[in-house]
Design a protein around this ligand. Structure first.
Ligand code: ATP
Ligand code: MG
Length: 492
């Protein structure tokens, strides 16, 4: 299957056995989501290929057929409709319970509660999906895929379901996936997290440039072997992620005082120029709303944010941008990028000044600049700045959205889940770029569900619990177990 000059998949063959978890791995842009979209009936492959589900041939380009053969999907972008409620989203793909043309709401809500409970979600099914955190949205998409009313599940496919989930929720999701396999379904599981492969997978297949480069029984694999299959070369993972951080400067650039918004009850924080500060915390700790509140993307219920000595006006992100604040949100589809616009336009959107010669936008200059950012962050396909953002793979979209803010050389850089969905090689590259921005004088705050990432990347990590900062760890006190202890303590 090809998109213009890009061959996304080439002669791929794999078998997912009943009751087994089959991990599918590969660098950003290697073809994983394309394969899944073919199974789901979204893309039609070139003639010649075939797919059998429990012995029956899948008819390509036909989502209804895929569903009726028992295929269920949790897509990379989750496929939820923001303007609908939780319950409506649950029934979107399987049809609403109705009698004489009328939707039976009471029944629907009861069933929705059961579906949510099955994956451990305690959520009001009438709530709109728009306000939910990435972790809860993932849970909802999984609950929908496992709805019993939709018939037997023969094949469950999950495309990077854990990209923004904290550890404890990853464990819960893995347990749900294992349970689905135990009922006899085959599971195809896409991830960039190698630990998960060793945790739940029976078989691991690795794609590179649209081809299968290896398929191995997991008991026969080592981590190093798997990394070599992925990258086609030796990469010392530890070396790639650990680096000396430049020392922060003396002056505080960002001052946050007693900020409250959503689950965040009170956050006070000072970040110096050149300093990298991490925000850790479980889902519900306030971590997910912290940076949006600092930026002013959500209306805070109280508190102040100052950049240098200028107060930002809550609810006015434009003011924050003018004051030199950049914010990369966790949800790239809903808030991050404009999927239908070219990657180049997405890159230059927040600051067009250099490209603006009234009355014209210098599109040639825009492309040149976008190309240079593509090469700095190794966005693939290389130089394809004219492609709409939607045509880039998930990890490559993430790189474009990060580049868009790095390009503004912000005074304050707020990053929510900056490496979600990027492969292990690209993660180290992105970390280097973030450190370079700090070295350039930015005050950087990173919120991440990935504690390893925070500890590797930050001078200091603030841990939230119950909406409050309960620890501020740096120097020798900063370690993964210390952050986890602070995030969990007294919660049970
Ligand atoms: N609609 C499209 N139009 C053009 N090219 C596309 C389209 N969809 C995917 N591609 C290209 O196909 C290739 C494979 O993309 P795919 O999304 O399958 O990668 P992936 O393995 O899922 O990567 P990631 O880990 O980043 O999610 C990429 O080069 C991508 O840019
Ligand atoms: Mg993908």
């Amino acid at each position: 299957m090809a998109f213009g000059p890009t061959v996304a998949l080439d002669d791929v063959a794999l078998t997912v056995e009943r009751g087994q978890v089959h991990a599918l791995l590969g660098e950003n842009g290697s073809g994983k989501s394309t394969l899944i979209k073919i199974l789901a009936g979204y893309h039609r492959p070139d003639p010649g290929g075939r797919v059998l589900v429990a012995g029956r041939a899948l008819s390509f380009g036909n989502p209804v057929n895929a569903a009726s053969l028992g295929c269920r999907f949790v897509h990379q972008d989750l496929g939820l409709v923001d303007t609908l409620s939780v319950a409506e989203n649950l029934f979107l793909t399987s049809g609403f319970p109705a009698r004489w043309g009328t939707i039976r709401w009471a029944r629907l809500l009861r069933a929705a509660r059961d579906d949510l409970a099955r994956v451990g979600l305690d959520l009001d099914p009438r709530q709109p999906v728009a306000g939910l955190s990435p972790a809860v949205r993932t849970g909802l998409a999984v609950a929908r895929a496992l709805r019993p009313g939709a018939g037997n599940v023969a094949l469950l496919v999950l495309d990077e379901p854990t990209a923004t989930l904290p550890d404890d929720e990853v464990r819960q999701l893995l347990a749900t996936v294992r349970a689905a396999a135990a009922t006899g379904a085959g599971v195809l599981y896409v991830t960039h997290h190698l630990d998960e492969v060793f945790d739940i997978a029976d078989v691991a297949t690795v794609l590179r440039d649209g081809r299968v480069v290896a398929s191995s029984a997991v008991p026969d694999l080592t981590r190093t072997r798997l990394v070599n299959q992925l990258l086609g070369s030796e990469l010392d993972e530890a070396h790639a992620s650990s680096q000396a951080l430049p020392p922060p400067r003396a002056n505080a650039v960002l001052r946050v005082h007693d900020l409250a918004a959503g689950q965040l009850r009170s956050l006070s924080l000072q970040v110096r120029a050149g300093e990298l500060v991490g925000i850790a915390g479980l889902t519900g700790s306030g971590r997910e709303s912290a940076l949006a509140a600092v930026f002013g993307a959500v209306h805070p219920e109280g508190g102040d944010v100052l950049v240098d000595s200028t107060p930002l006006r809550p609810g006015h992100p434009r003011r924050a941008i003018d004051a030199g604040v950049a914010y990369l949100p966790a949800d790239r589809k809903a808030h991050g990028g404009i999927m239908s616009l070219p990657a180049a336009a997405n890159l230059t959107l927040p600051d067009l000044r250099a490209l603006w010669r009234p009355p014209m936008l210098r599109l040639g200059a825009e492309r040149v600049e976008a190309r240079s950012w593509f090469s700095r962050l190794d966005v693939r396909p290389a130089g394809a700045v004219h492609l709409p953002l939607a045509a880039l793979s998930g990890g490559n979209q993430q790189k474009v959205l990060l580049a868009k803010w790095l390009r503004c050389r912000p005074r304050v850089l707020l990053l929510d889940e900056p490496t979600q969905g990027v492969d292990i090689g690209a993660k180290a590259q992105i970390h280097q770029r973030i450190v370079a921005a700090a070295d350039d004088g930015a005050a950087v705050v990173v919120s991440s569900a990935d504690v390893d990432e925070l500890v590797a990347l930050c001078h200091r990590v603030v841990v939230l619990r119950g909406g409050h900062a309960v620890a501020d760890l740096s120097g020798p006190a900063l370690s993964v177990p210390a952050v986890n202890r602070a995030a969990l303590a007294a919660e049970r």
